[in-house]
Structures are given as structure tokens and as C-alpha cells.
Design a protein. Sequence first.
Length: 247
Amino acid sequence: MIYKQTHTIGIEEINSQCEATNRALLVAMENIACAYSANIGYGARDIKTKKRAWILLQWKMQVLKRPFYNEKVEIITWSRNIDKLFAYRDYEIRYENGELLAIGTSKWLLMDTERKRPVRITEDVMKLYESEDKSVFEKNEDKIQYDENRLKTVKCQPYTLLRRDFDMHGHMHNINYLDMVYEILPQDVYDTVDFNTVHIEYKKQILPNTMVYCKYYKEGCTHYVVAESDEGIHSIIVLTEAGNLPS
């Protein structure tokens, strides 16, 4: 089922050029996914009764053209595929005239909130989401590839967790991983580079009081950030510079 919402770009969603930020576009995609789930009984307010919550495993977004402040856009989403373990959801952001601005995809699992364990997605749940045979990316790769040997030579940068980083589930909210990346990027990169592709893989949740360290390196026009702690790797984030396609 194709699901749509109209959204006006707000003042808190823009950069110095009055263009929508990567964060704003990801939030718009996240919100429409959650809105659709809420409409069929699997939203945030249903978690207490159903004991089920959707947990995000991966984001990938590519920006083709950025909308400006106070412009109206249409956020479009659909379930691309659901199997017994994972659900995949795609997105488009367009002007009202149909011009395509951004595309995205996401991967989710269904969690038993009492047992804190993933559960199989049953046929009745699959039917509610009415998957479409449509994909925004030609290739949908689950795993981010990065240079593990290169990572061993990179200096760790500590990231101080803030109260605002945590969501209703008590772990670091998925969008805040992008905030973390922008905080630890080298100043010259942050000041001068625009990114048109964001790819985030979530491997292990970050809980309060975790000592998080980030490692950053660059290969060509692709920038890698790995967030880890004594418990292992929590996330891998890849940013690709504007004007370049992700590798």
C-alpha cells in the first residue's frame, strides 16, 4: 500500500542555505513510517498492549535535490518486502508537481518488548502492511562494507551521550546517530563538505552511561564513522559527498 503525507519544511529543518538537512529528511521518512504503522495498530501507543515494537536496523537515503524552507513536499512510503524476520520499507520525497527530491530505504525487525528478543513476523502482520513490488534502489545491500584494517589505525574520538539522545525505548534514537557523526567529523569536513547519501547500519543498541568512541576515516569522496564501546561496534555510518554516487 502506498501511503502519503504532505509536509512543509520548517525553520528548524534547514541549513545556512535555507535547504532541508539530511536529518530533516530522515526524520520525515521515519515519521511517515511510524504514522502508517499507527494506522494499522502497530504504532507507539500500541506497544504497551501488543508488547511489540519495530526496531530499526538500517537506513539508506540519497538526496537528489533539497527542498527549501517553507516549501511543501510529499512524503511517500510503502512496505517493499516482509519475510519472517525482517521488514523493508522504501520512501520517496517529491514536490507536489511530482519532481523527485530524495529516496530512501530502511530495514526493521519486530521486537518482543517484555522478553527483549526479536520475534517472527506472522502472516497476519504481513497482510496489514500490504507490500508493494517496488524498490527505489537498484541494489539493496544489507551490510556496509568498510576497511577493518584501516579502522585499527584510526584514533578514537569520545562522544558524550546526552539525555536528548535517548528515545522512548531507553536507547539512543536512530536519528541521533547522525547527529553524533556530525559532531565528530573533522572541522574542515563539517564546514565545507555536503553529503548527498547517508547509510547507517545499527548493530548494537547504545544505552545510557555507555562510553562511546567513534573512529573516522575517508576514502575518496566517502566518509566512514564507526561507533563502538567495550561491548563492540554499535553502528557504522557512511556519508557520500554531494555530486558522487555511493560505492
